[in-house]
Design a protein around this ligand. Structure first.
Ligand code: NAD
Ligand code: MG
Length: 282
């Protein structure tokens, strides 16, 4: 575990590229040993170019899965993720495009299925956030962008993927601690994260009979490009939770492995809270 407690006040509002971050996030622990938990599976991960998505992609690969990742336009980060997946001996398909566009979502799923001839795990993870201290500053344009990016694609992607999913397959959604305790500076973002919790619960009921499980992860403060690109003050990031530090992507992704594989075969509609000890309702 990286003991990173403080972060330098680096140049703010970087475009959200992982290769520009200092320090670099920890993607996977050197001593993480794969044990074939996802052998022969294919996973589709949105926002898999960087941060939590990249870490999930690399962990899944170490567990034996092939990976398709969707990202907006961060080609350099995406290529690095691909390289990391290939280093694990697995294949990676890169798909660049805008998840706000339903047609693109359908095509992306189709591309993944055509390429790998199967689809077993869908990780909905891409998101944007635009912190604003006052409601008046949340423009209609921002509101639309946040909802259209953070929750609409969960419907588009899942709808496109469902025809390919079978008994034993899994969908994993990415919410946030902000869904559970609210966030005064992320009103629109935290609302989308609440929607993701309810979406997960409803979908889990809908798909339970098909033995397709739907769960989620609710991260607290995790050191990723999203944070560096959007928050003004980084030195205190993550310090107000019981463990008094931010988490690394390497501390989040193993939960996705658990929810994707057979180990969680009797769990659906649930969230795992990875937030340094902040106690929230389930
Ligand atoms: P990240 O910036 O590394 O990942 C988000 C990715 O989403 C980007 O790489 C981008 O390619 C993709 N994306 C954004 N808009 C898109 C669009 N229109 N079309 C296609 N792709 C798009 O950040 P992250 O922190 O790893 O975020 C991953 C998830 O974790 C998000 O859902 C975020 O809300 C959640 N989360 C993060 C934290 C944290 O502290 N980092 C805390 C709670 C929840
Ligand atoms: Mg990125």
């Amino acid at each position: 575990m990286k003991k990173t407690k403080t972060f330098p006040e680096q140049k703010q509002n970087l475009p959200g590229n992982e290769h520009l971050m200092k320090p670099q996030p920890e993607i996977i622990r050197e001593n993480y040993t794969g044990s074939g938990k996802l052998q022969g599976k294919t996973a589709f991960i949105t926002g898999g170019d960087s941060g939590i998505g990249r870490s999930v992609a690399v962990h899944f690969a170490r567990e034996g899965a092939n990976i398709a990742i969707v990202y907006l336009k961060e080609d350099k980060d995406a290529l690095k993720t691909k390289e990391m997946i290939e280093k694990e001996g697995q294949e990676c398909l890169l798909i660049s495009g805008d998840l706000k566009d339903e047609k693109f979502c359908k095509e992306a799923i189709k591309k993944c299925h055509t390429h790998f001839k199967k689809l077993n795990i869908v990780v909905n993870n891409a998101a944007v956030q635009f912190p604003k201290k006052e409601l008046e500053k949340v423009t209609t344009e921002q509101l639309h962008k946040t909802f259209e990016t953070n929750i609409y694609p969960y419907f588009y992607i899942t709808k496109a993927a469902l025809p390919f999913l079978k008994s034993g397959d899994a969908i994993i959604n990415t919410s946030s601690v902000t869904a559970y305790r609210g966030s005064e500076h992320l009103l629109d973002y935290s609302s989308t994260k609440g929607a993701i919790v309810t979406f997960t619960r409803s979908l889990s009921s809908m798909l339970a009979k098909k033995q397709i499980r739907v769960n989620g992860v609710a991260p607290g403060p995790i050191w990723t490009p999203l944070i560096v690109a959007t928050f003004d003050k980084l030195s205190d990031f993550g310090k107000d939770n019981p463990m008094e530090r931010a988490g690394q992507p390497s501390e989040v992704a193993p939960a996705y492995v658990f929810l994707a594989c057979e180990d969680s075969s009797y769990i659906t509609g649930q969230f795992i809270h990875i937030n340094g000890g902040e106690l929230v309702g389930s």
